[in-house]
Design a protein around this ligand. Structure first.
Ligand code: ARG
Ligand code: GLU
Length: 728
């Protein structure tokens, strides 16, 4: 890897540091902007390098590039890269879907998948892709006449009716889906008009040796060598509109797709990320931040470390268990590692203290202001409220991460449903019918379940919960444990005598149940735990937590409003809420530990050098090694190698996975897939000096498709520029 010292001078020249009292704001890059509000950012974006009119990114006529950005599934982003509905997203965004299409015979994780023509593209039942066509500010219509200080409950009552009615009106008028969402903690409302396509097919998926290369070890880390992409295609009915799957559907036709620029970029170049960031909390108080930092995150990390250890042991020992758990594991491990980075970043950068300093300044402004009488008391109210719930929050987190981390316990919800059906049944034949339906719905669980693995999770997580939850333990738990001589192993063996460990046992039970058999379920040990914990939470925990959340929603809404109105030194952007945003920054390396730091870019030679056949995460596929040995890079060669990934100072979050990364002209130069560890705290506190998003270089994507996957036919439908001086 080349080292760089360039970044430090770039930071100095591109950032404008503004100091006002205790406020220290870096204006350059923080922010995730709503597309229709970009006009107000235009001057700044142009200054930083934007080379196209804002209207090309979004316009009310409906011809903007927003039409080429999609919400992929329920929590990722994708981009349209051809007139035939070809979607590029991350490998990890397609992972769950591909697991559903994989089997021992078709192991797409080991071998990859490449359709060689349209007819080979694989339907992905349940997967959807949503286009955002238009957004309008409807704040006045939602909040008209409502006093800011009205309680959350009273306010919600009025607002929810207005939202429903207005959504209905927009739906009828536009013929599209309409959803109204709150921004700025409920101080603003926007309607989002969208179309959701539901016939989506798998087109290309590199094997894990490329797509998850580096695995959990490298996850959230820089430097990075993961070819984290996959490709899908949107299919539409005859009218080019959303339709259920049919073999007669046609690829979705569009004139709004991204031009790909394979000509590269340099450090300092302007970049944008267009996508769906999920959740940020940039404006919370130091009290709430402290809860996340010192209670919530540490519990999650502690419990997940144990769960992941148990899973990994079994996954390493059996390919069957690996296939069952790989997607689940990726999800659980992803949060686990992110929160570690978050805690570390918050600690090393004294973020709680920085918030406290900000609060002092805010308090000064509040006291001197007489337009917002409520502002003076906000912070002290937040302090009192948060202090009062720390114990309960902590217990609840242990329940969610430890008790519900034992899969058989939440799965016992299925027995609960059956019990309810028995209570309301009026004939045994009808009951049988209902029970079979319930059992069928639950059968998906068993495709990805291994009871022996779950038993190890039980003996590891139960002691953690019992010992650390401040005595918030349901009687049934204590009773079962005592009846087994306080031995967790014996208790575990007893619980896993449940019918739930095995689909056949569950079905056998279903076929034997009559209306009079409630006891058979009530005697099931896993059901007993499930039932006990649900009831316990309902009585002892949820009311307190719900009240706290309500109080906090109220205070945070007013606090947001007061910061917005009183702090004139800051430009406020709304926290992420899984709606379409654009963020901009620069290609920029980072040096977290010393003067000689990381380059802004990685390449294939570094990936090959990391090859380790003994470690699954670092096993480079043979064919990639061969291509590298022969330097068979085709048009994607740059400086005698192929770039893999690069970092930039765009403010992104979870949900931005798969987002298009654009150059100053709005052309695609990469696909966002991660952030660096030092900067994962950016969901709570963005620091331009530390926070970087990680993107896959589009040249590596194209190289893998063409040279590794042999799927060069796909390149013909793309519009690729920047190759003027390259031979094929
Ligand atoms: N950290 C990235 C994100 O937040 C990638 C996750 C997938 N990779 C993994 N090894 N689990 O989604
Ligand atoms: N990998 C993340 C995702 O799935 C995006 C990276 C991030 O959180 O910044 O959304």
């Amino acid at each position: 890897m080349r080292k760089t010292t360039l970044f430090s001078c770039i930071i100095k020249t591109t950032l404008s540091l503004v100091m006002v009292g205790n406020f220290c704001h870096i204006y350059a890059k923080e922010g995730m902007w709503l597309p229709p509000t970009l006009k107000s950012r235009e001057a700044d974006m142009k200054k930083q390098g934007l080379d196209i009119p804002i209207e090309q990114l979004y316009n009310d006529a409906g011809t903007g590039l927003n039409n080429a950005v999609v919400l992929f599934g329920r929590g990722c982003t994708g981009e349209i890269i051809s007139s035939k509905g070809l979607v590029l997203t991350n490998h990890h965004c397609g992972y769950g879907t591909v697991q559903g299409l994989s089997s021992k015979e078709h192991d797409y994780f080991a071998n990859g998948f490449w359709a060689m023509n349209n007819s080979e593209e694989l339907p992905c039942g349940g997967l959807t892709v949503t286009f955002i066509r238009r957004m309008e500010n409807v704040t006045d219509r939602i909040l008209n006449g409502i006093d800011d200080t009205l309680s959350e409950a009273a306010r919600d009552k009025v607002i929810s009716v207005r939202i429903k009615n207005l959504e209905k009106g927009y739906k009828v008028a536009s013929g599209m889906d309409a959803q109204i969402k709150p921004y700025y903690n409920g101080n603003q409302y926007w309607v989002i008009l969208s179309e959701t396509y539901r016939d989506i097919r798998l087109v290309g998926f590199p094997p894990n040796g490329i797509g998850t290369f580096g695995g959990d070890t490298d996850n959230w880390m820089w430097p990075r060598h993961t070819g984290d992409f996959s490709m899908f295609r949107v299919y539409a009915g005859k009218d080019n509109k959303p339709a259920d799957y049919s073999k007669d559907n046609k690829p979705y036709q569009t004139s709004q797709y991204f031009t790909i620029n394979a000509g590269g970029y340099k450090e300092g170049d302007f970049t944008m990320v267009y996508g769906f960031p999920g959740t940020t909390m940039e404006y919370i108080s130091s009290y709430q931040l402290n809860q996340i930092y010192s209670i919530i995150d540490p519990i999650r990390i502690e419990a997940r470390t144990k769960r992941l250890n148990a899973w990994t042991n079994h996954m390493t020992a059996s390919r069957d268990v690996f296939l069952k758990y790989t997607s689940k594991r990726a999800g659980v491990a992803n949060g686990w590692k992110k929160w570690q980075g978050e805690v570390r970043g918050l600690r090393l950068n004294n973020v709680v203290a920085k918030k406290e300093a900000y609060e002092k300044t805010f308090q000064g402004l509040a006291v001197n202001d007489n337009t917002l009488p409520y502002a003076d008391d906000l912070l002290s109210s937040m302090a009192v409220k948060s202090m009062a719930v720390n114990d309960v929050l902590s217990a609840d987190e242990y329940i969610k991460e430890a008790v519900y981390g034992i899969e058989i316990i939440p799965h016992a919800a299925v027995l609960d449903k059956m019990l309810n059906a028995m209570r309301s049944a009026n004939s045994d034949t009808k009951l049988r019918d209902t029970l079979q339906k319930i059992a069928k719905q639950a059968s998906g669980f068993y495709k990805n379940y291994d009871a022996a693995t779950d038993m190890d999770v039980f003996t590891s997580l139960m002691p953690l919960y019992i010992q650390k939850c401040n005595g918030y333990i349901p009687g049934a738990f204590t009773k079962q444990l005592q009846e087994h001589g306080n031995s967790y192993a014996d208790w575990c063996a007893y619980v896993f005598g449940s019918v739930l460990t095995d689909e056949n046992k569950l079905n056998a039970l279903v076929n034997s149940l009559t209306m009079a058999d409630a006891e058979k379920i009530q005697n099931d040990p896993a059901w007993q735990l499930y039932h006990a914990i649900v009831e316990f939470r309902r009585e002892k925990i949820t009311p307190t937590v719900a009240k706290y959340n309500d109080d906090l929603a109220y205070l945070n809404r007013l606090y947001m409003n007061a910061q917005y109105k009183l702090d004139k030194t800051k430009t406020f952007f709304p926290d992420a809420n899984l709606t379409l945003r654009l963020t901009y920054g620069q290609v920029q390396g980072i040096d977290p530990d010393g003067p000689a730091g990381y380059s802004f870019q990685t390449n294939i030679d570094e990936a090959i050098a990391k090859n380790n056949p003994d470690v699954e995460e670092f096993r480079v596929p043979e064919k990639l090694k061969e291509l590298n040995a022969k330097k068979d890079y085709g048009r994607w060669q740059t400086n005698n190698t192929v770039p893999i990934a690069f970092i930039a100072s765009n403010h992104t979050s979870g949900g931005n996975s798969g987002s298009p990364v654009l150059n100053a002209k709005g052309e695609l130069i990469g696909t966002n897939f991660d952030r660096i560890w030092e900067g994962t705290m950016s969901d709570l506190y963005f620091d331009t000096n530390l926070c970087r998003n990680i993107s896959l270089d589009v040249r590596y994507t194209l190289f893998v498709i063409e040279k590794f996957g042999g799927a060069g036919w796909l390149l013909k439908e793309m519009n690729i520029v920047g190759l003027e001086n390259k031979k094929r």
